[in-house]
Design a protein around this ligand. Sequence first.
Ligand SMILES: [Zn+2]
Length: 168
Amino acid sequence: MKIGFDRYGAGVFLLIAALLNGCATGGGAQGLQVDFGRGQQRNAPLAVVARQYTGTCVGGQRESNNCAHFLSDAFIRAGYTELLKRREVVERCRCGANRVVRAQDMLKWFQEKAERFQAGTPKKGTGMWAAYQEKPNKRHVLIYDADTGKYYGTDNCVNWPVQWYYQW
Ligand SMILES: [Zn+2]
């Protein structure tokens, strides 16, 4: 994460603690939130992205794994066109719509956007989160609505040991 290491030293310490916790404990880490307090440019709220989620790509194709493919489709249609040009993206869909297809590429982007980070499933009433879940050799991304428990994505892998949630 390239977020104000100097200005937010204490926050980064907490964040590292949260990451270690998220990796080591098999989930269930709760309540630890870090507020980066960046407040830079305004983006479409995650609730708007969720409404754009259709479980498809405008390019019309499916691939072997579609979690990032269909989620990035929703982000882009909600106005996050920066994803179309992002140089750090390693692989894109073959539909012709240029969507991001690797969960890890979405994770890196979430980390750059994030104003708040939460390890473990967020408490009810904390709103919408961009989520990254991982178990050995498997990675997944989705949008999670902590108010309703609904998710927008191909799945919600609640039992996987890594549960990282980002908000902006
Ligand atoms: Zn596509």
